[in-house]
Design a protein around this ligand. Structure first.
Ligand SMILES: CC(C)(COP(=O)(O)OP(=O)(O)OC[C@H]1O[C@@H](n2cnc3c(N)ncnc32)[C@H](O)[C@@H]1OP(=O)(O)O)[C@@H](O)C(=O)NCCC(=O)NCCS
Length: 144
């Protein structure tokens, strides 16, 4: 059974392992800092004590939530884990008075674009050369 719950420090290694598997660019130390600063919007999906996905977000400004990172272990993708994580953080943001959620996703990440669109996000801009390898970011938002 999959449980969606808050991140706790003992989850750190799981999160780093997933991040390493799915992203080209990573910075493990950011996640502990993230937890210390934004513990309420750092959520994991847990199956029998194993963390299989996470979402980390924060209040970027009054009324605006931002998704910093979202990933599901490749072995557990396409089973709605990502959708459940995203829905949970949307609910938390809503309770915090957020009216708009923004995120950026690599231009070539078509799977993630489709995933976010299915959950109501739409593109509102492009950030040129946003990533270290020169790739552009697609800016997406969801109005709550
Ligand atoms: C993007 C990502 C988070 C999605 O996570 P996920 O757990 O696979 O997401 P879901 O299972 O909720 O949805 C993925 C697809 O599976 C489908 N799906 C979900 N449950 C399903 C089921 N029981 N049977 C069949 N299909 C199903 C969804 O309809 C969706 O299809 P779509 O892509 O055509 O819309 C994941 O692919 C990932 O970690 N990617 C690498 C990191 C990344 O790109 N992060 C986002 C950028 S920050």
């Amino acid at each position: 059974m999959i449980i969606i719950r808050k991140f706790q420090p003992s989850d750190f290694q799981w999160v780093i392992d997933i991040e390493r598997k799915v992203f080209n660019e990573h910075d493990p130390y950011l996640y502990m800092q993230f937890y210390e600063t934004y513990p309420d919007t750092f959520i994991v999906a847990d199956i029998n004590g194993f963390v299989i996905g996470y979402v980390a977000g924060f209040l970027a400004q009054v009324g605006v939530g931002r998704i910093f990172s979202l990933a599901v272990d490749p072995k557990y993708q396409n089973r709605s884990v990502g959708s459940n994580l995203l829905k949970e953080i949307i609910n938390i943001f809503r309770k915090e008075g957020v009216t708009e959620i923004i995120l950026e996703v690599r231009m070539d990440n078509i799977k993630a674009k489709r995933f976010y669109e299915r959950l109501g996000f739409s593109q509102f801009g492009i950030a040129e050369k946003y990533y270290n390898d020169g790739q552009n970011a697609r800016l997406m938002k969801l109005k709550l």
